[in-house]
Design a protein around this ligand. Sequence first.
Ligand SMILES: [Fe+2]
Ligand SMILES: [Fe+2]
Length: 139
Amino acid sequence: MKELIEGLNEDLEFEYTAIIQYITYSATIKGISRIELKEFFLDEVNDELEHAKYLSHKISALGGTPSIKPRTFKITEDVKEMVEELLKAEEDTIERYKRHSELAEKLGYVDIKVQLENIILDEAKHRDELKKILEKIGG
Ligand SMILES: [Fe+2]
Ligand SMILES: [Fe+2]
């Protein structure tokens, strides 16, 4: 149980990080792809916010204390580097959710397992979009 709460708190910290990262990049992006990518980055924030809401409620329901600490991320003005950083973060996030959904299943929390899998669907969509953007801008 302690391991699961810690795992979900790790996920929560990375969701808060993603929210700050997408907002910051949308605000600081420059150049030709700015208008298109700004909208895309801000759209992603809504999904990450829903994930953070679910995780914080679930951690509390399990008797844990939801973390309020985001992680750090790379600040850059280079558009390609922004997209690469976000893609890497989404890929790492998918792997983290896979581990924690397996852990939830092992502990008998089928609802958490299913919800983390649903979140994986969102993150995989983000990953695929970022990959397409990277191809378009010459990754
Ligand atoms: Fe997310
Ligand atoms: Fe995401």
